[in-house]
Design a protein around this ligand. Structure first.
Ligand code: NAD
Length: 314
Protein backbone atom coordinates (compact mmCIF):
# COMPACT_ATOMS: atom_id res chain seq x y z
CA UNK A 1 0.00 0.00 0.00
CA UNK A 2 1.35 3.43 -0.88
CA UNK A 3 2.25 5.56 2.11
CA UNK A 4 -0.24 8.26 1.15
CA UNK A 5 -3.07 5.70 1.33
CA UNK A 6 -2.43 5.27 5.02
CA UNK A 7 -2.48 7.88 7.69
CA UNK A 8 0.50 6.44 9.47
CA UNK A 9 3.33 8.63 10.56
CA UNK A 10 6.28 9.71 8.44
CA UNK A 11 9.48 10.34 10.41
CA UNK A 12 11.89 12.98 9.12
CA UNK A 13 15.30 12.99 10.75
CA UNK A 14 16.92 16.39 10.29
CA UNK A 15 13.44 17.87 9.82
CA UNK A 16 14.35 21.10 11.63
CA UNK A 17 16.93 21.76 8.92
CA UNK A 18 16.74 23.27 5.47
CA UNK A 19 15.55 20.42 3.23
CA UNK A 20 13.85 18.37 5.96
CA UNK A 21 11.55 21.24 6.97
CA UNK A 22 10.40 21.71 3.36
CA UNK A 23 9.74 17.98 3.17
CA UNK A 24 7.69 18.26 6.37
CA UNK A 25 5.61 21.01 4.76
CA UNK A 26 5.05 18.90 1.64
CA UNK A 27 3.95 15.82 3.60
CA UNK A 28 1.65 17.83 5.88
CA UNK A 29 0.03 19.36 2.79
CA UNK A 30 -0.70 15.79 1.66
CA UNK A 31 -2.46 15.12 4.95
CA UNK A 32 0.33 12.92 6.34
CA UNK A 33 1.18 12.80 10.04
CA UNK A 34 4.76 14.00 10.44
CA UNK A 35 7.24 13.47 13.26
CA UNK A 36 10.60 15.25 13.24
CA UNK A 37 13.71 14.02 15.02
CA UNK A 38 16.46 16.62 15.18
CA UNK A 39 19.18 17.59 17.65
CA UNK A 40 18.99 21.27 16.54
CA UNK A 41 22.75 21.31 15.94
CA UNK A 42 22.25 23.25 12.70
CA UNK A 43 18.46 23.13 12.42
CA UNK A 44 16.14 25.46 14.28
CA UNK A 45 12.76 25.32 16.00
CA UNK A 46 11.36 28.06 13.78
CA UNK A 47 11.75 25.79 10.73
CA UNK A 48 9.40 23.18 12.18
CA UNK A 49 5.88 23.47 10.80
CA UNK A 50 3.17 23.78 13.43
CA UNK A 51 1.43 20.54 12.37
CA UNK A 52 4.50 18.37 12.97
CA UNK A 53 5.38 16.46 16.14
CA UNK A 54 8.89 17.31 17.30
CA UNK A 55 11.32 15.04 19.12
CA UNK A 56 14.59 16.67 20.13
CA UNK A 57 17.41 14.16 20.13
CA UNK A 58 20.35 12.55 18.45
CA UNK A 59 19.91 9.94 15.72
CA UNK A 60 22.92 8.08 17.14
CA UNK A 61 21.11 7.33 20.39
CA UNK A 62 19.56 3.86 20.27
CA UNK A 63 16.68 4.77 22.63
CA UNK A 64 15.92 8.02 20.83
CA UNK A 65 15.94 6.34 17.43
CA UNK A 66 13.75 3.50 18.69
CA UNK A 67 11.17 5.81 20.27
CA UNK A 68 11.09 8.06 17.20
CA UNK A 69 10.36 5.11 14.88
CA UNK A 70 7.35 3.84 16.86
CA UNK A 71 4.24 3.75 14.67
CA UNK A 72 6.16 5.05 11.65
CA UNK A 73 5.53 3.84 8.10
CA UNK A 74 8.34 5.66 6.31
CA UNK A 75 11.61 7.12 7.59
CA UNK A 76 13.12 9.98 5.61
CA UNK A 77 16.67 10.10 6.92
CA UNK A 78 18.18 13.54 6.36
CA UNK A 79 20.01 14.25 9.63
CA UNK A 80 23.68 14.73 8.83
CA UNK A 81 26.73 16.93 9.02
CA UNK A 82 26.54 18.51 5.61
CA UNK A 83 29.71 20.41 4.75
CA UNK A 84 31.99 19.01 2.03
CA UNK A 85 34.83 21.44 2.73
CA UNK A 86 34.65 21.37 6.50
CA UNK A 87 34.59 17.56 6.53
CA UNK A 88 38.37 17.54 6.09
CA UNK A 89 38.73 19.04 9.59
CA UNK A 90 35.71 17.35 11.16
CA UNK A 91 35.94 13.95 9.46
CA UNK A 92 35.53 11.95 12.65
CA UNK A 93 32.43 13.63 14.00
CA UNK A 94 30.97 13.77 10.49
CA UNK A 95 31.50 10.04 9.99
CA UNK A 96 30.01 9.37 13.40
CA UNK A 97 26.85 11.32 12.57
CA UNK A 98 26.53 10.44 8.90
CA UNK A 99 27.41 6.77 9.11
CA UNK A 100 26.75 5.62 12.68
CA UNK A 101 23.66 7.85 12.81
CA UNK A 102 22.38 6.16 9.66
CA UNK A 103 23.04 2.68 11.06
CA UNK A 104 21.28 3.62 14.28
CA UNK A 105 18.19 4.80 12.38
CA UNK A 106 18.30 1.77 10.08
CA UNK A 107 18.37 -0.65 12.97
CA UNK A 108 15.62 1.18 14.86
CA UNK A 109 13.44 1.35 11.72
CA UNK A 110 13.86 -2.39 11.18
CA UNK A 111 12.94 -3.18 14.79
CA UNK A 112 9.88 -0.92 14.61
CA UNK A 113 8.55 -2.59 11.44
CA UNK A 114 8.91 0.54 9.30
CA UNK A 115 8.05 -0.14 5.64
CA UNK A 116 10.37 2.22 3.75
CA UNK A 117 13.66 3.98 4.49
CA UNK A 118 14.55 6.90 2.21
CA UNK A 119 18.16 7.97 2.62
CA UNK A 120 19.50 11.43 1.73
CA UNK A 121 22.78 10.97 -0.10
CA UNK A 122 24.72 13.40 -2.22
CA UNK A 123 26.33 14.09 -5.57
CA UNK A 124 29.54 14.20 -3.49
CA UNK A 125 29.77 10.41 -3.86
CA UNK A 126 30.60 10.69 -7.57
CA UNK A 127 33.90 10.89 -9.39
CA UNK A 128 34.43 14.05 -11.41
CA UNK A 129 32.86 14.21 -14.86
CA UNK A 130 33.99 15.60 -18.20
CA UNK A 131 32.91 19.11 -19.25
CA UNK A 132 29.34 19.01 -20.54
CA UNK A 133 28.71 15.42 -19.39
CA UNK A 134 25.65 14.53 -17.33
CA UNK A 135 26.23 12.30 -14.33
CA UNK A 136 23.96 9.27 -14.26
CA UNK A 137 23.56 6.92 -11.31
CA UNK A 138 26.01 4.49 -12.98
CA UNK A 139 28.75 7.12 -13.16
CA UNK A 140 31.81 5.94 -11.19
CA UNK A 141 31.68 6.55 -7.46
CA UNK A 142 34.89 8.10 -6.14
CA UNK A 143 34.24 10.55 -3.32
CA UNK A 144 36.75 13.41 -3.10
CA UNK A 145 35.81 14.36 0.47
CA UNK A 146 35.31 12.65 3.83
CA UNK A 147 31.71 13.85 3.60
CA UNK A 148 31.29 11.99 0.30
CA UNK A 149 32.82 8.86 1.79
CA UNK A 150 30.44 8.97 4.76
CA UNK A 151 27.46 9.48 2.45
CA UNK A 152 28.50 6.62 0.19
CA UNK A 153 29.10 4.26 3.09
CA UNK A 154 25.64 5.15 4.44
CA UNK A 155 24.08 4.38 1.05
CA UNK A 156 25.74 0.99 0.84
CA UNK A 157 24.56 -0.01 4.30
CA UNK A 158 21.03 1.19 3.59
CA UNK A 159 20.84 -0.76 0.33
CA UNK A 160 22.43 -3.91 1.76
CA UNK A 161 20.98 -4.05 5.28
CA UNK A 162 17.60 -2.46 4.56
CA UNK A 163 16.02 -5.56 2.98
CA UNK A 164 17.60 -7.84 5.61
CA UNK A 165 15.88 -5.70 8.26
CA UNK A 166 12.54 -5.85 6.41
CA UNK A 167 12.82 -2.33 4.99
CA UNK A 168 12.41 -1.03 1.44
CA UNK A 169 15.49 1.15 0.97
CA UNK A 170 15.60 4.12 -1.42
CA UNK A 171 18.63 6.36 -1.91
CA UNK A 172 18.39 9.90 -3.26
CA UNK A 173 21.59 11.59 -4.39
CA UNK A 174 20.85 15.28 -4.07
CA UNK A 175 22.67 17.87 -6.15
CA UNK A 176 23.21 21.51 -5.05
CA UNK A 177 20.00 22.40 -3.29
CA UNK A 178 19.01 26.02 -2.71
CA UNK A 179 16.01 27.85 -1.31
CA UNK A 180 14.59 29.45 1.79
CA UNK A 181 15.64 28.34 5.31
CA UNK A 182 19.14 27.25 4.35
CA UNK A 183 21.29 28.16 7.33
CA UNK A 184 24.23 30.46 6.63
CA UNK A 185 27.67 28.99 7.16
CA UNK A 186 30.82 29.88 5.19
CA UNK A 187 30.90 26.28 3.92
CA UNK A 188 27.54 25.12 2.59
CA UNK A 189 25.24 26.54 -0.07
CA UNK A 190 26.98 28.87 -2.52
CA UNK A 191 23.77 30.78 -3.28
CA UNK A 192 23.01 31.51 0.37
CA UNK A 193 26.67 32.41 0.94
CA UNK A 194 26.97 34.76 -2.06
CA UNK A 195 23.67 36.54 -1.42
CA UNK A 196 24.25 36.92 2.34
CA UNK A 197 27.77 38.26 1.80
CA UNK A 198 26.58 40.72 -0.83
CA UNK A 199 23.73 41.95 1.35
CA UNK A 200 26.17 42.47 4.21
CA UNK A 201 28.72 44.26 2.00
CA UNK A 202 31.34 41.52 2.18
CA UNK A 203 33.20 40.27 -0.90
CA UNK A 204 32.29 36.81 -2.19
CA UNK A 205 35.00 34.24 -2.80
CA UNK A 206 35.09 32.23 -6.00
CA UNK A 207 37.27 29.14 -5.65
CA UNK A 208 39.32 28.31 -8.76
CA UNK A 209 38.42 29.81 -12.14
CA UNK A 210 34.67 29.83 -11.43
CA UNK A 211 33.93 27.58 -14.40
CA UNK A 212 33.07 24.62 -12.21
CA UNK A 213 29.58 23.52 -13.20
CA UNK A 214 26.81 22.75 -10.73
CA UNK A 215 23.23 21.57 -10.91
CA UNK A 216 21.24 23.97 -8.70
CA UNK A 217 17.94 22.40 -7.71
CA UNK A 218 15.21 24.22 -5.84
CA UNK A 219 14.33 22.83 -2.41
CA UNK A 220 10.63 22.44 -3.32
CA UNK A 221 11.66 20.05 -6.10
CA UNK A 222 13.91 18.12 -3.73
CA UNK A 223 11.08 17.84 -1.18
CA UNK A 224 8.82 16.53 -3.93
CA UNK A 225 11.43 13.93 -4.91
CA UNK A 226 11.50 12.67 -1.31
CA UNK A 227 7.71 12.54 -1.18
CA UNK A 228 7.62 10.50 -4.39
CA UNK A 229 10.43 8.23 -3.19
CA UNK A 230 8.39 7.44 -0.08
CA UNK A 231 5.47 6.26 -2.17
CA UNK A 232 6.57 4.88 -5.51
CA UNK A 233 6.42 1.06 -5.68
CA UNK A 234 9.19 0.85 -8.29
CA UNK A 235 11.64 2.86 -6.18
CA UNK A 236 12.51 0.17 -3.63
CA UNK A 237 16.15 -0.88 -3.65
CA UNK A 238 17.19 1.84 -6.07
CA UNK A 239 19.35 4.98 -6.25
CA UNK A 240 18.08 8.21 -7.85
CA UNK A 241 19.74 11.47 -8.76
CA UNK A 242 17.80 14.56 -7.72
CA UNK A 243 18.79 17.63 -9.69
CA UNK A 244 17.51 19.45 -12.75
CA UNK A 245 19.78 18.20 -15.56
CA UNK A 246 20.89 21.77 -16.18
CA UNK A 247 24.38 23.02 -15.40
CA UNK A 248 25.34 26.53 -14.29
CA UNK A 249 28.90 27.66 -13.65
CA UNK A 250 29.77 29.52 -10.47
CA UNK A 251 30.71 32.52 -12.66
CA UNK A 252 27.26 32.44 -14.31
CA UNK A 253 25.62 32.19 -10.91
CA UNK A 254 27.65 35.13 -9.58
CA UNK A 255 26.67 37.26 -12.60
CA UNK A 256 22.99 36.37 -12.16
CA UNK A 257 23.01 37.31 -8.46
CA UNK A 258 24.95 40.49 -9.21
CA UNK A 259 22.37 41.52 -11.80
CA UNK A 260 19.52 40.83 -9.38
CA UNK A 261 21.14 42.67 -6.46
CA UNK A 262 22.79 45.38 -8.55
CA UNK A 263 26.31 45.01 -7.17
CA UNK A 264 28.68 42.80 -5.23
CA UNK A 265 32.41 42.21 -5.34
CA UNK A 266 34.30 38.96 -5.86
CA UNK A 267 37.71 37.69 -4.86
CA UNK A 268 39.39 34.50 -6.05
CA UNK A 269 41.10 31.75 -4.13
CA UNK A 270 42.58 28.43 -5.28
CA UNK A 271 40.12 25.62 -5.97
CA UNK A 272 39.38 23.13 -3.20
CA UNK A 273 40.67 19.64 -3.95
CA UNK A 274 37.63 18.09 -2.27
CA UNK A 275 35.17 19.69 -4.69
CA UNK A 276 34.06 18.36 -8.07
CA UNK A 277 34.69 20.29 -11.26
CA UNK A 278 31.55 19.11 -13.07
CA UNK A 279 28.49 17.96 -11.22
CA UNK A 280 25.30 18.02 -13.31
CA UNK A 281 22.71 15.28 -12.87
CA UNK A 282 21.16 13.01 -15.41
CA UNK A 283 17.68 12.81 -13.89
CA UNK A 284 16.09 10.42 -16.36
CA UNK A 285 15.80 7.58 -13.84
CA UNK A 286 13.95 9.74 -11.29
CA UNK A 287 11.79 11.17 -14.05
CA UNK A 288 10.87 7.76 -15.49
CA UNK A 289 10.47 5.81 -12.24
CA UNK A 290 9.34 8.36 -9.65
CA UNK A 291 7.56 10.74 -12.01
CA UNK A 292 9.89 13.48 -10.75
CA UNK A 293 9.55 16.70 -12.76
CA UNK A 294 11.58 19.62 -11.36
CA UNK A 295 9.57 22.83 -11.72
CA UNK A 296 11.87 25.55 -10.51
CA UNK A 297 14.48 27.25 -12.68
CA UNK A 298 17.18 29.44 -11.16
CA UNK A 299 15.84 32.48 -13.03
CA UNK A 300 12.36 31.98 -11.54
CA UNK A 301 13.28 30.89 -8.03
CA UNK A 302 16.32 33.01 -7.26
CA UNK A 303 14.41 36.32 -6.88
CA UNK A 304 12.18 34.71 -4.21
CA UNK A 305 15.22 33.39 -2.36
CA UNK A 306 16.80 36.86 -2.48
CA UNK A 307 13.62 38.41 -1.05
CA UNK A 308 13.63 35.83 1.74
CA UNK A 309 17.29 36.47 2.60
CA UNK A 310 16.71 40.22 2.57
CA UNK A 311 13.73 39.88 4.91
CA UNK A 312 15.64 37.52 7.22
CA UNK A 313 18.42 40.05 7.45
CA UNK A 314 15.99 42.86 8.19
N1 NAD B 1 21.94 21.11 0.92
C1 NAD B 1 22.42 20.43 -0.12
O1 NAD B 1 22.74 21.01 -1.17
C2 NAD B 1 22.57 18.93 -0.04
C3 NAD B 1 23.15 18.26 -1.14
C4 NAD B 1 23.31 16.89 -1.09
C5 NAD B 1 22.85 16.18 0.02
N2 NAD B 1 22.29 16.84 1.07
C6 NAD B 1 21.83 16.05 2.22
O2 NAD B 1 20.52 16.44 2.57
C7 NAD B 1 20.32 16.30 3.98
C8 NAD B 1 19.78 17.59 4.57
O3 NAD B 1 20.71 18.63 4.37
P1 NAD B 1 20.38 20.17 4.64
O4 NAD B 1 21.04 20.94 3.57
O5 NAD B 1 18.93 20.32 4.90
O6 NAD B 1 21.24 20.43 5.96
P2 NAD B 1 20.80 21.01 7.39
O7 NAD B 1 22.08 21.16 8.16
O8 NAD B 1 19.94 22.21 7.23
O9 NAD B 1 19.94 19.82 7.98
C9 NAD B 1 20.49 18.75 8.71
C10 NAD B 1 19.67 18.60 9.96
O10 NAD B 1 20.17 17.46 10.69
C11 NAD B 1 20.21 17.80 12.07
N3 NAD B 1 21.21 16.92 12.70
C12 NAD B 1 22.55 16.92 12.51
N4 NAD B 1 23.13 15.97 13.25
C13 NAD B 1 22.12 15.35 13.93
C14 NAD B 1 22.07 14.27 14.86
N5 NAD B 1 23.19 13.63 15.26
N6 NAD B 1 20.86 13.87 15.34
C15 NAD B 1 19.73 14.52 14.96
N7 NAD B 1 19.71 15.55 14.09
C16 NAD B 1 20.90 15.95 13.57
C17 NAD B 1 20.57 19.28 12.10
O11 NAD B 1 20.22 19.93 13.32
C18 NAD B 1 19.79 19.80 10.90
O12 NAD B 1 18.48 20.24 11.28
C19 NAD B 1 21.67 15.88 4.55
O13 NAD B 1 21.66 14.48 4.72
C20 NAD B 1 22.66 16.26 3.46
O14 NAD B 1 23.82 15.46 3.49
C21 NAD B 1 22.15 18.20 1.07
Amino acid sequence: MAASETNSTALITGGAGFIGSHLADALLREGRRVRILDDLSTGSLENIPSGAEFVEGDVRSRETARDACAGVDCVFHLAAKVSIRQSIETFKVDADTNLMGTLSMLEAAGEAGVRRFVHASSMAVYADAADGALVGEDHPVEPLSPYGISKHAGERYVLMMGPKLGLEPVVLRLFNTYGTRQGYTPYVGVITIFVTNMLEGRPCTVFGDGNQRRDFVHVADVAEAFRLAGECDGAAGRVFNVGTGRGTTVNELAALIQSLLGGGTFTREPAYAVELRNSVADISRARDTLGYRPQGTLEECLPRVLDYLKSRRA
